[in-house]
Design a protein around this ligand. Structure first.
Ligand code: HEM
Length: 288
């Protein structure tokens, strides 16, 4: 209780790596995930994301997008029977398209492309994730940070710039399409942001952060769960039986998920394993 009541701010703080654009104070005030202060921008973003993306109403209204994307993924994998498929690549492309359709009502990656590495956003996210995994001397000795000895911050800022250019084009297209009446009928996350009148820098950073937060996490959890199941044939058999009992036809809907209780436990277990490191990171950052 003491942790939650007295040390909540310290424990909810995050170390902001130098490679991220949000490290600069100019951009940090716009950040959702890395904001150093709970300022007005941060509060507005939290409210916007809660209402438009994470509320139960928003989640259930997105069900049909997720179901369509899962169907496309199954068809894609089905066509490659007998061939090697890199599950992480496929899942991360599918998750990108799910988020793309939820946020800006369009696919961002072409799943049918053999390489699955197409799409500027995919390249940017991969490069950021690669950069962030390199130990950075600026994080270990912040005094040396202005020198950016490994040029990681420079590369990180270039990627942020590329991502901003991409979002700028998408936002411009949407505004123009709305004017000539060919935009999607429904209001999506992008419309909600445009309506709120958020500054351009904030929108660019928000999109980048949401895609970073949502893509690798989801594909890692699925890849880890599959790997753990392969290592545990007894558990794999239970999952296979559960799937065979619950899913009679080829089409999977979200209503099936509630009945896949054993699979859910496996995924939760792997999520805990995957993200235990994040908790350790947070505790070490806390100024207790
Ligand atoms: C299996 C998938 C996912 C896992 C395991 C996961 C895990 C996490 C964890 C552990 C944190 C907290 C990090 C910390 O406190 O330091 C976090 C934060 C966050 N996640 Fe996820 N996440 C997943 C999917 C998503 C998706 C799909 C989105 C949305 C697009 C998302 C958006 C966020 C955001 C915005 C935050 C920061 C929240 C804040 O600062 O208050 N995540 N996630």
């Amino acid at each position: 209780m003491e942790i939650l009541r007295i040390h909540d701010r310290n424990l909810s703080g995050r170390h902001v790596p130098h490679v991220l654009a949000a490290k600069s104070l100019e951009l940090n005030r716009f950040s959702l995930g890395w904001s150093l202060k709970c300022n007005e921008f941060w509060r507005n973003l939290r409210t916007l994301c809660r209402e438009e993306l994470f509320s139960s109403k928003a989640i259930s209204s997105q069900a049909c997008i997720r179901e369509t994307k899962v169907k496309e993924m199954l068809e894609f994998i089905g066509k490659r029977e007998g061939k090697v498929v890199r599950i992480r690549d496929v899942v991360s492309a599918v998750v990108l398209n799910m988020l793309g359709n939820i946020m800006v009502s369009r696919d961002l990656v072409n799943l049918e492309d053999e390489s699955v590495h197409t799409g500027e956003i995919n390249r940017i996210l991969r490069n950021i994730s690669d950069l962030a995994s390199i130990p950075n001397i600026s994080d270990i000795y912040p005094l040396l940070a202005p020198l950016d000895l490994q040029r990681l911050r420079k590369k990180g800022m270039e990627l942020h710039q590329r991502s901003s250019e991409m979002w700028k084009t998408i936002i411009k297209d949407r505004k123009e399409n709305r004017e000539i009446g060919i935009a999607p009928n429904h209001q999506d996350f992008l419309d909600a942001i445009i309506k709120k009148g958020c500054p351009e820098d904030q929108v660019n950073l928000l999109f980048l952060e949401l895609f970073i937060a949502g893509t690798d996490t989801s594909s890692w959890v699925i890849e880890w769960t599959m790997a753990e199941l392969i290592r545990n044939p007894r558990c794999l058999k239970i999952v296979e039986d559960e799937l065979a009992t619950e899913i009679k036809h080829n089409s999977i809907t979200e209503s099936h998920v509630a009945n896949l209780t054993y699979l859910q436990v496996c995924i939760k277990g792997c999520t805990l394993l995957c993200h235990f490191s994040s908790l350790i990171g947070q505790l070490s950052h806390a100024k207790l």
